[in-house]
Structure formats: structure tokens, C-alpha cells
Design a binder for this molecule. Structure first.
Ligand SMILES: Cc1ncc(COP(=O)(O)O)c(C=O)c1O
Length: 381
């Protein structure tokens, strides 16, 4: 059957089958959720209600391929408060339905079928599907685990060739939490456009907040991606954005055409954005506190653990500990679901040496503490 991902095996994998069996029986503790709305982190409904009131009274469909001007102005103001501040032109901001859609538009902007983009290994597993939609090759560059998962500049240079059209960067990184805190000479040397995903920007732990990469690399075209699904825990309200720095401004007319093709950003949600920035930050602080509390608990429970090795992440909201004594990540995850704890095996995020697990520090603290205690006390590693 030709078409969408022709030969892709869509049958559930062994861990999903084991999870289903466990769900129908003894149950399990889920340490993998990245859905704030399922973990007791609900953006205050009254702020959303107040924000929406004006919309119903004045509702008209006035599509703008860049997006609602008030929403874009609020985004400009937000980046002016970041450290270091990033000055943006409201005409160089494009509102999309999500950061995932933003990636897809940028892949179409930058690459033709057969071209390639450089992506980190490990990474959260979205890019391969988006690249397949456009017949674009993804080439991996390495992250060095022993050095806090910093980007391996040599592997970045080696991965690039004459058909490389851009570099994907996630900072804070999912799943390792690594933050890029200074300009990378290898990026400047390559001179390629950068797509920087900073959806986890508010979440920092062992390092200061992530600086906007566009502020570190003003000489390169940088497309900054962000949205409300992580920042305000509103994944259901579907809003993301692409912000172009001055060096990327010449791409604006083509992004306008691409965004106009779908006009995917929801009018109501766009209209809410200024109110979310004005009133939502106390809630963002609560989320940050939740994630910090869980990371601290995990670090203290796993301190000097003989088999589970956790280094405090710079940021983000995941933990990606390495495990000694196992070399088969799937067998390990199956073993743990049979003990009543669901974690993701590291290979869901790419192929790196050693054995890793993913744990979400967004998890409801009651579930997190019990699940982590089971992992920490477990004798059969
Ligand atoms: C690094 C990163 N970027 C983007 C997304 C998706 O964001 P959106 O809901 O805006 O598509 C995710 C989702 O987990 C993510 O981990």
C-alpha cells in the first residue's frame, strides 16, 4: 500500500501491550506523562473566561497570515523580558496552531525532498514523522552525555553536507534538559539557518533560565519556536509561534504564504494570548515549583544509587537517568511495568550508548514519590 509511511508497523509494541494488560488488572503508576492537564496542573479557568469575554462581543473573522496583531505584540513584549532580552519585530512573528505545525511549515520553507536537516540524538520523537511527510532526510548530531549532554561540535560538522538546509536545536532539551547558554562557534562556522525550539524555556533547575538562542546568534537566521502548550499548560487550546530574528527576516514573505495556506491558528486562542501573558505568570511559577520539587525528590532518592545514575538536569521537565546492570532498555521497561511503574525506555528518544529511562517530573507528586521510591528501592536492577 503506497502512501502515508508505507511500511510503518502500526501494531502496539511489547511495552504498550504490557501496559494495557497491567491497566486492565493491577494498575500501574505512570511516570511518563507530559500532559499537565492530567497531572493536576490546570491553568486557572477564571483567567481564561475573563480573557474570552471580549472576543464574543466583537467576534469577526479577519484572517491575517501573520496572526492577530495584539497577540504578536504580546509575544514581542515577552521576549523583551527574557534574559538576555531579544528584540523582535511584530511583523516577523507568525502564529500557528502549534509548534509541531510551525516545524512542518519551516521544513517546507527550508528544504526540498532529498535535502537534509540536522537534529540532535537523542530527541523527542516528532521530527522523523515531520521529515517523512516532506521526504526530507534527518541527520543526527551527537550530544555528549558525560558533559551534560552538550552538543558535540565535531559531529555537527561531520553530519552537514551540501544538501543540509538547517539545524534543529531544542533548548532546554527534551529529554535531557540540556540548555545552550553561550554561542556555539560550530553553528557560526556552518552558517546554516537554525530552528530553535524553546517550549521548555521557563523550566530551569541546575542552570539559569535558557537564553533565547536568537540572542546568542544574531549573525545566523534563527527561527524561534514556542507556544502555549508547555508555557501555560494549554495544549488543548492550540497556539504556537515562529519568531524570526533580523537575520531571518528575508524569509518572512514565504512564511506568510505558507501560513496563509492553512491559517491554522485558532482566532479565539489568538485573542486570549495578551491576557495569558498579563495574568498567567503566577501559574507558570506554580508549575516550575512542581517540577523542581519532583526533580529534588528524585535527586535525593537516587543519590549514590548503585544502578540508577541521575545528574540534575539543567532544565526542562524530564529526567533521563542512565542505568547500569542492564543493556536491553525494552526488557528493563517491561520488567518495571510488571513491578507497577511505567517509564519510557531510552530508545524511544534515539540510539545512544548505554541504557536510559525517561521519567516525567511533571507527574503528580503523590504518584511521583511512590513510583520513584519503587525504582529507588528495587533490588533486582
Ligand atoms: C520539545 C518539544 N517541542 C514541541 C512540542 C509540541 O508542542 P506543541 O503542542 O506546541 O505542538 C513538544 C511536545 O512534547 C516538545 O517536547
Amino acid at each position: 500500500m503506497p502512501g502515508c509511511y508505507t511500511d510503518l508497523d502500526l501494531s502496539p509494541n511489547p511495552l504498550e501491550l504490557a501496559r494495557q494488560i497491567r491497566a486492565a488488572g493491577a494498575g500501574y503508576l505512570d511516570l511518563t506523562s507530559s500532559n499537565p492537564t492530567q497531572q493536576g496542573l490546570l491553568f486557572p479557568a477564571e483567567i481564561l473566561q475573563q480573557a474570552a469575554e471580549g472576543y464574543w462581543a466583537t467576534r469577526r473573522y479577519q484572517p491575517d497570515p501573520r496572526g492577530n496583531p495584539h497577540a504578536r505584540a504580546a509575544i514581542v513584549d515577552y521576549y523583551a523580558t527574557r534574559s538576555p532580552a531579544l528584540a523582535l519585530d511584530p511583523e516577523a512573528i507568525f502564529l500557528t496552531a502549534s509548534t509541531s505545525e510551525a516545524y512542518s511549515l519551516l521544513f517546507a520553507l527550508l528544504a526540498d525532498p532529498g535535502d537534509n536537516l540536522l537534529a540532535p540524538c537523542v530527541t523527542y520523537p516528532l521530527f522523523e514523522y515531520l521529515a517523512a511527510l516532506r521526504n526530507i532526510e534527518l541527520r543526527s548530531y551527537d550530544l555528549i552525555e558525560a558533559e551534560g549532554w552538550r552538543i558535540d561540535a565535531d559531529s555537527l560538522r561531520v553530519a552537514a553536507d551540501e544538501r543540509t538546509r538547517g539545524v534543529l536545536i531544542i533548548s532546554p532539551h527534551n529529554p535531557t534538559g540540556a540548555i545552550i547558554d553561550a554561542a556555539l562557534p560550530a553553528l557560526t562556522q556552518l552558517g546554516l539557518p537554525i530552528i530553535c525550539d524553546e517550549v521548555f524555556a521557563p523550566f530551569h533547575y541546575a542552570a539559569p533560565p535558557a537564553p533565547p538562542l536568537a540572542a546568542l546568534h544574531p549573525e545566523l537566521p534563527v527561527f524561534t519556536l514556542n507556544g502555549i502548550s508547555k508555557l501555560f499548560a494549554l495544549p488543548d487550546l492550540k497556539l504556537g509561534w515562529i519568531a524570526l530574528n533580523a537575520a531571518a527576516s528575508h524569509y518572512a514573505p514565504r512564511i506568510e504564504l505558507l501560513n496563509d495556506t492553512f491559517l491554522g491558528a485558532n482566532g479565539l486562542t489568538q485573542s486570549l494570548l495578551p491576557h495569558l501573558f498579563a495574568h498567567g505568570m503566577p501559574f507558570v511559577q506554580q508549575m516550575i515549583a512542581r517540577v523542581r520539587r519532583n526533580i529534588e525528590r528524585a535527586c535525593s532518592l537516587l543519590h549514590d544509587h548503585p544502578y540508577l545514575h541521575l545528574h540534575p538536569p539543567a532544565g526542562g521537565y524530564y529526567l533521563f537517568p542512565s542505568v547500569s546492570g542492564w543493556d536491553d532498555e525494552e526488557a528493563l521497561a517491561l520488567h518495571l511495568i510488571n513491578q507497577g511503574v511505567l517509564v519510557h525506555p531510552g530508545f524511544y528518544y534515539g540510539d545512544v550508548p548505554g541504557c536510559h529511562l525517561l521519567i516525567s517530573a511533571l507527574t503528580d507528586p503523590q504518584v511521583f514519590d511512590v513510583g520513584l521510591a519503587i525504582l529507588a528501592d528495587h533490588k533486582r536492577w
